[in-house]
Structure formats: C-alpha cells, structure tokens
Design a protein around this ligand. Sequence first.
Ligand SMILES: Cc1cc2nc3c(=O)[nH]c(=O)nc-3n(C[C@H](O)[C@H](O)[C@H](O)COP(=O)(O)OP(=O)(O)OC[C@H]3O[C@@H](n4cnc5c(N)ncnc54)[C@H](O)[C@@H]3O)c2cc1C
Length: 509
Amino acid sequence: MKINIIGGGVSGLSAGIYLQMNGFETEIFEKHSIPGGLCTSWKKGEYTFDSCAHWILGSDVGSSFYKIWNEILDMKKIEFHNHEVRVEVGLKNNVNKYGEKVFYLYTNLTRLEEYLIDLAPEDTKAIREFIKPMRVMQKFDLPPILDDLPFFPSMIRGIKMMRYLEFLILFMKIKYYTNYTYAKKFKNAFLRESFELLYDGEEVNMMVLTLPLSVFDKKSAGYPIGGSMKFAKKIEQNYIRLGGKINYNTPVKKIITENGIAKGIVVRNNVEHYSDITLSAADWHYTVFDALEGKYVNQDIIDLRDMKKLEVYNSVMQFSFGIGKDLSNQPHFSRIPLDVPLVSPDGSTYERFEVHIYNYDSTLAPAGKTAVTVSFNTSKTDFWIDARKNNRPLYRAAKVELTNKIIDLLDAKLGGIRDKTEVIDVATPATFQRYTGNWKGSTQGWMPGKNLVAKSPVGFRLPGLKNFFYSSHWNQPGGGLPIAVKTGRSVAKEICKENGVQFKVIKNH
Ligand SMILES: Cc1cc2nc3c(=O)[nH]c(=O)nc-3n(C[C@H](O)[C@H](O)[C@H](O)COP(=O)(O)OP(=O)(O)OC[C@H]3O[C@@H](n4cnc5c(N)ncnc54)[C@H](O)[C@@H]3O)c2cc1C
C-alpha cells in the first residue's frame, strides 16, 4: 500500500519510519532542500547557527521519550549536554544578599532549593512547596504513554493508570497556579521579582515551568551536541535505510480528492503522484485551507482558523552572530533587562533580551570563536511576512535597524564584540514561514490554552475526507519535538489499525 507524505519535518519523518516498519511503501515530498523542518540549524561562513533543540525531552536512557527517539534514531550516537543552570535572569529592581542582580535557575532541584533558602530563609515553607510538586512529578514517567500497551488487558491498563493518581491529584491542586501567584507567596523581594521574570516577564501556568525543571533535574532534557540539523539528519538516514524515499525541493501544491477520497498530490510542473493514502505532516493551515481548499472543515476547524479557540504560538526574531572570540567564561543562556525598552519595527516593545552563547558545543564554531544568538518572541508576525512580500526595502531596513541596536546591546553586555563580529544572520517570522510553511511563522503550532490538558484541537483526520491523515506539532497545543515525534508515531498506528495491520516497531540499529 502506497502512502504519500507531505513534509519531511520530525513528524513526517517519524511517521514515515513507523509506516516503513509496518510494511507500507512511503514517499516523502519536502519543499526544502534538507530534512527537519523547524528542527534545523544552518551554516554561515565558519559558523553553524542553531534554531531549535535547546532541549529535547527524553535525552536520558530509560524514559519513555528516550525509548521513542531510540526507535527512530540511534540515541547512543547523540551526545547530550545538560546545563547546570537553565537560565540566568537579570533583575532590574532587586539585589540579593550577595549584592547580585542575577537569579540562577539551577537545573538540579536540591541545589535550587538550597540556593533559594539561602537567599530567603524567611520563605522556606513557600520554597519547599515550590520544589515538592516537582519531586512528585519525577516519580512518574511523564507523559504516560498508555496507548503503547495494546497487549495489556484493559484491567491492567486501568491499574497502570492508577499509578498516576498521585500525579493527577497534584495536578488538580496546582493547575491554576502561575509564576505570578507563586511570586506573591514570597516575602523576599528578590525572589518575588525573579519568579515574575521566570518566563520572560509573562504570566504562565506553573506546570509550564515545573514540568521542564523536573526533567532537567533528571538530565532528561539535554541539548544534542552538533545541533538540530545533525539530530534531524540521523532520523532522515534511518528513514532511507528502512526503504523510504524522500523528494527534496518538491513543494506540494494540492491534494487531489475525488468524491471525498484523497487520491494523491500535485507537485511542481503539475506532476501528479497518486497513492492509497495521503498523510500531511506539513503546516495545518496550509493543509486544510490551501492544499484542500477548505473543503473538508466543520465549525470547530473554522473557529480554530479564526483563533476563537486557541492562539498561534509566537514566532521568533533570531539574530545570530559568529564572534571571533572565546566566550567560554560567559553564561550559556541569559535574560538581560534593558535600561531603555527596545521598540521593534513590528510594534513589539521588549524590556529584556535573551542571549544564547553556544560555548558548550565546539562543533558550531572554530576553536577560539563562538556562535551567539539573540532572540525575541513576537506575535506581530504579519508585519514581517507582509513586509518581506510587499515591501522588501522596508523589510531589509527593519532588520538592519534592529541588528544595529542588538550589536550595541551585545557589545555592552559581552564587551568588545563589535570588532570581532565576523558573521551576522537574521531570521524573522517571514524566514520561518518561508522555509517551513508554518502559519504566521509559528515555532510550535498552537499556544497552550489555560487548560493544559485540553483535548487536541486538530485531529488525525478531516471531516468528510477518506484515505487522508494529518500529523504535526499542530496536533497538540504547545508543540515541540516530543509532540512532533509522538504524533508521527500515533498517526502511523492509526493507519495500521485502519488497515488491519498489527503495529510493530523494528529495532534497526
Ligand atoms: C526557534 C525555535 C526554538 C525551538 N526550541 C525547541 C526546543 O528547545 N525543544 C523542542 O522540543 N522544540 C523546540 N522548537 C519546536 C520544534 O522545532 C517544532 O515544534 C517541531 O520541529 C515541529 O515539527 P513538525 O514536523 O511537526 O513540523 P515542521 O518542522 O514544521 O515540519 C513540516 C515540514 O513540512 C514541510 N512543508 C510545509 N509545506 C510543504 C509543502 N507545501 N510541500 C512540501 N513540504 C512542505 C516543511 O518544509 C517542513 O519540513 C523550537 C522551534 C523554533 C523555531
């Protein structure tokens, strides 16, 4: 049975791998010249700039996500780096008892707890209340992957579910807490300001902060040395080894349908490729409203398009610099307050800027030199996409204006980098949209709503369309690499089920 897959990002590649393992003949059509989609890095001069894999859930042997990654690439071949400090947050208003204006978010929970209590012994009770839920989370392999246990009778699955009861009770208790409500619990002003700034000044659900911290402590969310492209290429090589075929530089224009059945795709020069099943692992909006011309929708889908249910995840302005200087003494990731807010040409105002210094990955720059990125989230993505399309001089001028400001900021922060800057690269929401097709340049699909366990708004199927499936980070608010790989796996299982094939995983490395 032949399956055409649109998109060679992590979701499309993983779906392709599992389908090849289960006897289907698959062919991926990818618009870019490389695999990985948003999971990418690129070379400029002597430098490699990374854009994605700051942390990959499942980098430790034994966790359920490690097992999944290991099914689609040889995880032993990837070296992961685990940071001691997740981020250094610069404060504006408060100093701690050591005269420092920097808050260290340690990844080791014991160290973090000791650090917090040392800074604010008066808040010991609140600090312990902050740490305790993460210790509870650590007892569980989160998220539970129960659908992977088809051979267990339902009673045993029920008992396994019961194990998660403690987690569910905890979740119900803290599900409405945010970093702001937590900050209010502290008497210590330094801790209060630190907690308010933990997520770039935004108010977010505590789970968004505590779940990653609980896995960082277990060294289960490392950075893959070599960067995102090396990681994606390993998955692509495995797909090809399993007999999969991948066509690069082949954007899919349309999905061919007849009487409510997907029949194939149309690519460049109006070449048609027919198949028994079509699986789109490309952008959700493009798939539903362009490739399928909005013919297979219901009110829920229309509401999603009109953003009545969820918002699109922010895009990113990423400024990458190749600096001919050893910056090994600098923090790898810091958030620095600005004396004067930075106003972007897109209308966003920033009170802080984020710097990633890749001094822990020697493969990204020659010895004695360093790849550095500065990034800003933006929701004003239409400005960049429209300007690039309709007013290229404005687009270029806006990039130059911001780049110059950022070089000034970096020079002030790192000292003497202006003359050492050998390479500059700027990626805007228009860049992310152009290279990967993601709607509005979204970096992770949908923004998670208030209810973190909300049912997925985008399903594996579309109403009224047979022989068609969909998978990508748009399937689950929050997105990210774990969702991409998991949706690829789950959609392959769904296809197996529909075609009477017992899903299996072949160990092939
Ligand atoms: C700056 C940044 C930082 C991030 N940090 C992290 C992180 O630290 N940890 C984490 O887990 N995740 C992170 N993410 C998110 C993660 O990269 C994505 O959620 C994930 O890679 C999405 O994978 P996907 O396969 O679902 O979609 P995509 O990567 O978007 O793949 C879709 C593929 O379809 C192709 N395509 C689109 N349209 C067509 C067409 N018409 N024809 C043919 N092909 C088409 C695209 O070119 C692309 O290759 C980050 C993303 C960004 C941009």
